[in-house]
Design a protein around this ligand. Sequence first.
Ligand code: PNS
Length: 163
Amino acid sequence: MRIAVVPGSFDPVTLGHLDVIGRATALFDRLYVVVTHNPGKSALLGLDERVRLLRASLADAGIEGVQVDSWSEGLLVDYCRRVGAEAIVKGLRSATDAGYETPMALVNRDLTGVETLFLVAQPATSHVSSSLVRQVAALGGDVSPYVPRVVAQALQPEGPVRG
Ligand code: PNS
């Protein structure tokens, strides 16, 4: 059985993430999407909320058979070992992404031998990032072109004050 892990902060999950997860389901027998704590980033949403939005988004998109989990107890490679995954799958949007992802892929491989596979982002989502979504949402902009419907609803500011 071929098992892979799609890790990320998913703060929040975007349409780009959903595309990568959907494509990865076709390549593996079992897929774990794992929400991790990234010590280098300050989070907008709590881990549980990110997991909830991922599950709801996958269900709405009709992407089935994916286990959504969270992991904040250590290295990603330890999680991979725990679930028996031989590969990590990540999306690649740009050369900047490649520069950021390559050292992580090599360190993860050094640690336990787990391989990282990159799926190239579709042009329609290659400019979409969780950090831009957070920024647009924080300043009151419309994030619905970039995120699943349930996420747009969750990030939506309170309606205008009437009266
Ligand atoms: O969505 P992100 O923030 O780009 O994902 C980065 C992530 C979560 C994959 C990375 O921060 C990670 O792997 N965190 C778990 C801790 C770990 O294993 N760190 C060593 C990476 S070489």
